[in-house]
Write a protein that binds this ligand. Structure first.
Ligand code: GTP
Ligand code: K
Ligand code: MG
Length: 451
C-alpha cells in the first residue's frame, strides 16, 4: 500500500493548515521531516520541520500520529498542523513529494481507504460528504446522523434478519426433500418475520422524500413580464440587494439566485428575466434561461402587475400550475382606482395582491411560500434515507421480500430463496457490501482532495 498525503484544509492563507499523511510510511515521514520519531499516538507534539534533502527550516508544526487501526483510514496516519501560509504549505508538500514511497492523494482517497478498511460503510461515507457540503442546520443534522451510522445500523439489522431467514430457506432446499415435506411449515415460521421486515422498510420509504429534499434543497423561480417587480421581490425575500432593480424593462438577464432556509429546507430563490418578445440577442438568451428555470423549479411565483394608471394588468396567470403561487404586484396603483381592474384577465386564478414598494401583502406571501414548501416536503423527525440511491436499493429489497412472500406462501422454497437473495443483494448495494465497484467511483468522485 502506497503512503499518500494531501492538504486537508482549503487552499489559501489561514491561521493553520493541516496536511494529512496515511499509509505504512506515515511515521517514517514524520521522522524524516522532524528528525525524531513520532510522539505517542494521539498526542500532539511541537516539532521543527526541515526539508530532509536540504536541511532547510520549513516551519514549526504541531504533529499528531494515529496508530493503525485506530485512525480515520484504519492505516497509520500523521497530521501536520502547520502555519497556514502559502509558502509554508508549498514547502512542506514539496518535501513530502520528494520522500520515497510517498505520493499525493487523489480525490477522496483517504475516505476510500477508510471504506476499504471497514472504518466506514458506504452510507457513512455519503454522510461525511454531505456534512462537508452542509449549508443549513437541517442538512448538518441529517448528515451527522448518517455519518455516525443511523442508516447503516438499520441496514445491518435488516441484513442480519434476512440472512437468518435466507439460511432457513436454503437449509430447507438442501435437506427438506429428503424428509419428504418440501417447505411444509416453512412459510408459517418465516412469513411473519418477513412481513414485519417488509413493513419496516416500507415505513422508511414512506418519508415524503424529506431526506432527499433536505439534502438537495428546493428551487423556486420568480417569473413574469418585464418590470413586474420580480427583482424587487427577490431582494425583499432574501433581505439584501441581490438583484438590480430599475424602472427600465428588461433589466434582469442572467438568473439571479439567493439562498435561504424555509421550513427547515435549503431553498434557492431564482429571479429571472422578464418574459416578452425580446428586443435583442442578449435579452432573448435571458428569456430562454428564464423559461428553462421556470420549467425545472419545484414551483414558481408567477407575478403579474398593475399598470401605473391602475386599469390594466401586465402578464397573466394563464400558464400557472396548481403548485404555483400567483401574485399581483403594484397593487398600490389600485388604491386610486380599485374598481377598474379587469380581473377577468387573470383566468379566475386565486392570487395574492401585493405591493413590494409599499410593503403590502408581503408577510402573507412569505407565509404562503413557506406553506407550499411544507406541502412539498412534509416535516418528519429524522428521515432515514437521503439519496435516490438509498431509495432504489430499498425498493429493490422490498420487491425481493414481496416476491419471497408470494413464493413461500405457495411453498415454493426454491423461488422464494432466490427472491430473498435478491433482497439481500439490494441491501448489500446500500451499504457497499456486494457488487459495488461501479458504485464506488460515483460516491468517491464527489470528494475533494485531502478527504
Ligand atoms: N408602484 C410600484 N412600483 C414597484 C413595485 N414593485 C416594484 N416597483 C418598481 O417597478 C420597477 C421595476 O422593478 P424590478 O424589480 O426591476 O422589476 P423586474 O420585474 O425585475 O423587471 P425586469 O428585470 O426588467 O424584468 C422599479 O422601478 C421598481 O421600483 C410596487 O409594488 N409598486
Ligand atoms: K426592471
Ligand atoms: Mg429584474
Amino acid at each position: 500500500m502506497e503512503t499518500i498525503f494531501a492538504l486537508s484544509t482549503p487552499p489559501g492563507k489561514g491561521g493553520v493548515a493541516v496536511i494529512r499523511i496515511s499509509g505504512p510510511g506515515a511515521g517514517a515521514a514524520i521522522e524524516k521531516l522532524s528528525g525524531r520519531e513520532p510522539g505517542a499516538p494521539r498526542q500532539a507534539v511541537l516539532r521543527r520541520l526541515r526539508d530532509p534533502a536540504t536541511g532547510a527550516w520549513l516551519d514549526e508544526a504541531l504533529v499528531l500520529f494515529f496508530k493503525s487501526p485506530a485512525s480515520f483510514t484504519g492505516e497509520d496516519v500523521a497530521e501536520l498542523h502547520v502555519h497556514g501560509g502559502r509558502a509554508v504549505v508549498e514547502a512542506v508538500l514539496g518535501a513530502l513529494t520528494r520522500l520515497p514511497g510517498l505520493a499525493p492523494a487523489e480525490r477522496g482517497a483517504f475516505t476510500r481507504r477508510a471504506f476499504e478498511n471497514g472504518r466506514l460503510d458506504l452510507t457513512e461515507v455519503e454522510g461525511l460528504a454531505d456534512l462537508i457540503d452542509a449549508e443549513t442546520a437541517g442538512q448538518r443534522e441529517q448528515a451527522l446522523r448518517q455519518m455516525t451510522g443511523a442508516l447503516k445500523e438499520k441496514a445491518e439489522d435488516w441484513r442480519a434478519r434476512l440472512i437468518a431467514m435466507s439460511a432457513y430457506v436454503e437449509a430447507d432446499i438442501d435437506f427438506g426433500e429428503e424428509e419428504g415435506d418440501v417447505g411444509a411449515g416453512l412459510g408459517a415460521s418465516i412469513l411473519p418475520g418477513l412481513g414485519a421486515l417488509k413493513s419496516e422498510i416500507e415505513a422508511v420509504l414512506a418519508d415524503g422524500y424529506r431526506g432527499e429534499l433536505v439534502r438537495r434543497g428546493l428551487e423556486i423561480a420568480i417569473v413574469g413580464p418585464p418590470n413586474a417587480g420580480k427583482s424587487s421581490l427577490l431582494n425583499w425575500l432574501c433581505g439584501r440587494e441581490a438583484a438590480i432593480v430599475s424602472e427600465e424593462a428588461g433589466t434582469t438577464r442572467d438568473v439571479i439566485e439567493a439562498r435561504m432556509e424555509l421550513a427547515g429546507l435549503p431553498v434557492t430563490m431564482a429571479d429571472t428575466a422578464g418574459l416578452r418578445e425580446a428586443e435583442n440577442a442578449v435579452e432573448a438568451e435571458g428569456v430562454r434561461r428564464a423559461l428553462a428555470r421556470a420549467e425545472t423549479a419545484d414551483f414558481r411565483i408567477v407575478m403579474a402587475a398593475v399598470n401605473p394608471e391602475g386599469h390594466e394588468i401586465l402578464g397573466s396567470f394563464e400558464e400557472a400550475t396548481p403548485d404555483d403561487v400567483c401574485v399581483l404586484n403594484k397593487s398600490d396603483y389600485l388604491d386610486s382606482a380599485p374598481e377598474q381592474v379587469p380581473v377577468a384577465g387573470l383566468c379566475g386564478r386565486e392570487f395574492l395582491p401585493i405591493s413590494v414598494k409599499k410593503g403590502q401583502g408581503l408577510e402573507e406571501l412569505a407565509a404562503l411560500i413557506e406553506q407550499k414548501v411544507r406541502c412539498l416536503a412534509p416535516s418528519m423527525d429524522n428521515p432515514v434515507i437521503s439519496r435516490e440511491r438509498h431509495r432504489i436499493a430499498l425498493q429493490e429489497c422490498v420487491a425481493g421480500l414481496a416476491g419471497a412472500e408470494r413464493w413461500l406462501a405457495e411453498d415454493d422454497v426454491v423461488l422464494g430463496g432466490e427472491e430473498l437473495r435478491q433482497a439481500l443483494r439490494a441491501l448489500g448495494r446500500l451499504t457497499g457490501r456486494v457488487d459495488v465497484e461501479e458504485l464506488l467511483d460515483v460516491v468517491f468522485r464527489d470528494f475533494c482532495i485531502g478527504k
